[in-house]
Design a binder for this molecule. Structure first.
Ligand SMILES: Nc1ncnc2c1ncn2[C@@H]1O[C@H](COP(=O)(O)OP(=O)(O)OP(=O)(O)O)[C@@H](O)[C@H]1O
Ligand SMILES: [Mg+2]
Length: 606
């Protein structure tokens, strides 16, 4: 058992070395001169104190040798004093340089790291974001990317500094007595193992608490954001949530302080042990001097070297354990960077013609969400001709949105296939496929940007054309929203930024729809786009949708039957299966589910 733990610890140490190397390489890659400067300003100052102490030794030896001698020339002494002053000045210069270089690293590294993390996240498929382990990891990265990698890289450079100091001290002591050099080196080993032990425990706690921390931030966000403030006021739930926060905090604090206490005690014991050993060495040097084996200057010099060794060892361990602790978090960043998208297109994937509506087919598709056993689509088949206007209706949870997500290849099917112009969607180049699609999801984005930008984000791969933006806004009724805003199209939307204006739910939907119209893609998919839009505006919007013409495929999901009435084909979806299909007249005649639901809705309006 003990052996196993040791091995695990050695594994962690090797892991630390690997992550350290990777982090250093990252800095090297983003800024080579900065890396080199960091290295130089870290290592050079390690030499200076020894030079300084050696000059001091020469000074003392000079004074001792000139005792009792008349007319001693002091010029040598002044030269030595000059050098000593020089080393002090140099040390100061390097200290200042070090904090300057640190500042440069601190401004550069986190930004660059987070940029690559975000880039990576934008490439990963949805599945990752629904995986709670991955989300925990992201939470840790988000909480720590600003400072942990920085602490680690500083600690790495300081480790190099301490290590240089330590090696110099050992070499110097070895010139006095080689065994003494080896001995002083050996006492460092147990201290090192003591330090690594606690680094792991703290990370274990953090890791273990990840779900709690996630909950903690979730609740904090809930209380802080204005969106949820309304409901919380009425339901008076804030106190419950704050109470839950307290509990989470207390749990973390109590466990953390237990580990802290144990670490404090053992570290103190090791430190006291160290002092005793150093004292023994000092005694040895004193005795050598008394015996006349070394000069008085050498006594001060070696005493300094031993003290400096002690400092270097302490510094080394402080920094190495810092590196070791931070590694366990920084590894998370690299783990995110190493994540591979599970949905990819092959090199020989076919480019989709982005100007033409394709033939879309679902053939015996079965699908359940990753990590879930529930079959969402069952033996699902469907054909959408180019230019067809199609509608999906069905209860909540029937699988309507899922069809769209599969069509966007956010997931792959479990069996069966989705064909685009007869080609399996897996063999279609995704970038060109996405350009063929204009999708507004139920939970579309409310960009807290200007109204103009909200629409422009529909087609960022082309240059912005305000005329086109206005035209698209006209189709969805967003032009009226613009007219009602103080700054029109230049109005910032939402409440996050200064001067922003929030919109009503329906107004936001009009803006999102304008974005879809502006995209002007051959396949337009609207998942409940008008649920909050008033009937008059809705009617106008769908007239525009019908005007889109023969060469655009439109797929609409809606719970409002008035919305879907004019579709070429209406599909009634129930529990992942198509129950009825046909146009309004046909389905009404059929007197099935559609007819029943349509009549219920119509009755309520009569
Ligand atoms: N990300 C997900 N992970 C796991 N299961 C999911 C996920 N999203 C949806 N589901 C499951 O798939 C079923 C179908 O969901 P879907 O979103 O397709 O329904 P819908 O027909 O669009 O419903 P609504 O009318 O409420 O929008 C749901 O009942 C749910 O159980
Ligand atoms: Mg849905």
């Amino acid at each position: 058992m003990a052996g196993l733990i040791k091995n695990e610890r050695i594994g962690k140490i090797l892991g630390t070395a690997k992550t350290s190397k990777r982090l250093l390489l990252f800095l090297w890659k983003i800024d080579k001169p900065l890396f080199l400067t960091s290295f130089i300003v870290a290592v050079v100052p390690a030499f200076i104190p020894f030079a300084n102490a050696y000059i001091y030794k020469l000074i003392i030896d000079f004074i001792v040798s000139s005792f009792g001698k008349p007319n001693v020339s002091l010029s040598f002494l002044f030269i030595l004093m000059g050098f000593r002053l020089g080393t002090f000045v140099l040390q100061e210069v390097f200290f200042s340089l070090q904090s300057y270089v640190d500042l440069l690293v601190w401004t550069k590294l986190p930004v660059e790291l987070y940029r690559v993390v975000l880039l990576k996240l934008s490439e990963l498929n949805l599945q990752y974001f629904e995986d709670s382990n991955f989300k925990d990891m992201l939470q840790r990265v988000k909480e720590s990317y600003t400072w942990r990698p920085l602490n680690m890289i500083s600690a790495l450079f300081y480790t190099m500094q301490s290590l240089t100091g330590l090696i110099l001290a050992v070499l110097i002591i070895a010139t006095l007595n080689i065994f003494l050099g080896l001995f002083i080196l050996l006492i460092a080993v147990p201290v090192f193992f003591n330090q690594t032990k606690y680094a792991k425990t703290i990370w274990g706690l953090w890791e273990e608490h990840s779900p709690y921390r996630k909950k903690f931030w979730y609740i904090s966000d809930l209380i802080q954001n204005g969106q949820s403030a309304k409901e919380m006021k009425i339901f008076q739930t804030a106190k419950n949530f704050i109470g839950e926060l307290d509990k989470i905090q207390k749990k973390f604090v109590s466990q953390n302080s237990k580990v802290g206490k144990r670490r404090f005690l053992t570290t103190m014991i090791f430190d006291i042990g160290g002092i005793v050993v150093y004292f023994a060495i000092e005694l040895f040097i004193v005795l050598l001097t008394v015996a006349g084996k070394i000069t008085l200057g050498s006594l001060t010099y070696f005493t300094f070297v031993v003290a400096n060794f002690q400092q270097a060892v302490n510094g080394l361990f402080r920094n190495m354990s810092q590196v070791y602790t931070q590694t366990l978090f920084v590894e998370d960043i690299f783990r995110v960077l190493d994540a591979k998208p599970t949905i990819t297109t092959s090199k020989r994937a076919v480019k989709q013609d982005i100007h033409k509506a394709p033939l879309i087919e679902f053939k015996n598709v079965n699908f359940s969400y990753p990590g879930s056993k529930k079959a969402v689509l069952k033996n699902f088949s469907l054909k959408i001709n180019p230019g067809e206007k199609v509608a999906f209706v069905g209860e909540n949870g029937a699988g309507k949105t899922t069809i769209v997500k599969l069509l966007a290849r956010f997931y792959d099917t479990d069996s069966g296939e989705i064909l685009i112009n007869g080609i399996n969607i897996k063999d279609i180049d995704l970038v060109s496929w996405y350009r063929t699609l204009g999708v507004i999801f139920q939970d579309f984005i409310k960009y807290e940007y200007t109204l103009r930008e909200n629409i422009y984000f529909g087609k960022t791969f082309e240059k912005e054309d305000i005329k086109e933006i206005r035209k698209a806004a006209g189709k969805s009724g967003a032009d009226k929203v613009a007219n009602s805003l103080e700054k029109g199209y230049e109005q910032i939307l939402g409440k996050t930024f200064e001067g922003g204006a929030d919109l009503s739910v329906g107004e936001w939907q009009k803006v999102a729809l304008a974005r879809a119209f502006f995209r002007n893609a051959p396949v337009l998919i609207l998942d409940e786009p008008t649920s909050a839009i008033d009937p008059k505006s809705e009617n106008e919007i769908f007239e525009k949708v019908e005007d889109l013409g023969k060469n655009k495929t439109v797929l609409i999901i809606s719970h409002r039957f008035s919305t879907v009435r004019n579709a070429d084909t209406i599909y009634v979806i129930e529990k992942g299966r198509i129950k009825e299909a046909g146009n309004h007249e046909k389905l009404m005649k059929q007197k099935g589910i559609y007819e029943k639901l349509f009549t219920i809705q119509a009755k309520r309006y009569r």
